[in-house]
Design a binder for this molecule. Sequence first.
Ligand code: ADP
Length: 414
Amino acid sequence: MIVLSSTVVAWIVAVLALSMALAQVLARRREADALARMVRVLERMSGGDTHLVTPELPGRLLPLAKAVNLLADRFRKNQVNDHPERVFDQALVRETPNGLMVVDGRGVIRVVNRAARDLLPWTAEPVGQRSVDVLPLTPLADVLREAADTREPAERAARVGTRDLLLRGIPLADGSGTLGVILDITSVVSAERVRREFVATVSHELRTPVTSIVGYAESLADEEIPPSARSLLTPLVRNALRLSRLCEDVLALSRLEARSANLPLEPLELLPLTDELVDGFQDRAAGRDITLTVEGDCGVAQVNADAYLAAVQNLVDNALKYTPTGGHVTVRLSRQDERAVVSVVDDGPGIDPIHHARLFERFYRVDPGRSRDAGGTGLGLALVKHYCQAMGAEVSMTSSVGTGSTFILSFPVE
Ligand code: ADP
């Protein structure tokens, strides 16, 4: 027979007592958690949420859980009978793959649907909390705040893990709060990237053979060749050059589109940059008896030198292309409302206002035949818009038929 010493017995008793106490503490904590979950279920039910299943609850609370389930079920049936449209509205909110949430006028989160719970990395139950305390994404907090402050919809894109999200803040029409919409646009963004890469690759692949065709055709044009051959060669050179410009423009556009961040800016005096650029166009202007001048000064502005030169070059090129012989093209620099403004003004044919809204779209041309004859690619103004966006600059235009056109770039100075 094994005889236990009194010390060992005392130890066993102490360990048993401790285990029982621990089990009791754990059981109480489980019960407390379960009760808290049940309270949340009842709270959401009182808010009109009818599609609830009470979580399975332990031991003594099981009858209570069953009663809550029964209540939820009855409540849901009553809702369907009494307010079918409300039930369908709730079903829409619940089942839509788009994340939806509502923040009330005091900044407290009132509703978060299932998709919003899945799409965002919440670390705590959000309903009932202040949005500033629990929102897991700064850009979402930004759009909600912006929409609440300005009473205008706000939008930002964000990347969360492997997902691309589009976040919208929309002020509620009755002024009671702000709606947050979270859209998963991962597949759209990736399709867009594939399209961009394809376009960039094709233009890149075309670039080398086209450059070689231009080179050979131009060398041939310098040779003594029969007039009949020259009449074939002239359009060959012109079209090869156009194709080459098209490849360059498409490549430049896809490079600009691929940039997720803005271009690096530096404070630069725009007058010397502009003077040098315009000097390069003087021979071409003189060839068509066009007076090309630079006027005024706008001091220093925040620009990216390459993007600035490319944008102004496109505008001066257009002005010279479309202004008839004997016309005037002026690049005017000025300061307006703390911004540096560069306008390219011509007294050419002007553009009918019906075209203004679409002018900066790719391949939009007022007169396609004339643009092609002038060697245009239809991408110049689209490029100007992208260069400006990448610099945080603005572009606009005014024009009317018969009086000429003015294209205006405006840059921050600070
Ligand atoms: P393109 O290569 O055809 O010039 P752009 O995108 O640069 O393409 O311009 C789009 C269209 O806008 C042109 O086809 C032309 O019809 C019109 N346009 C642009 N600049 C001027 C201008 N200064 N005067 C008249 N029309 C212009």
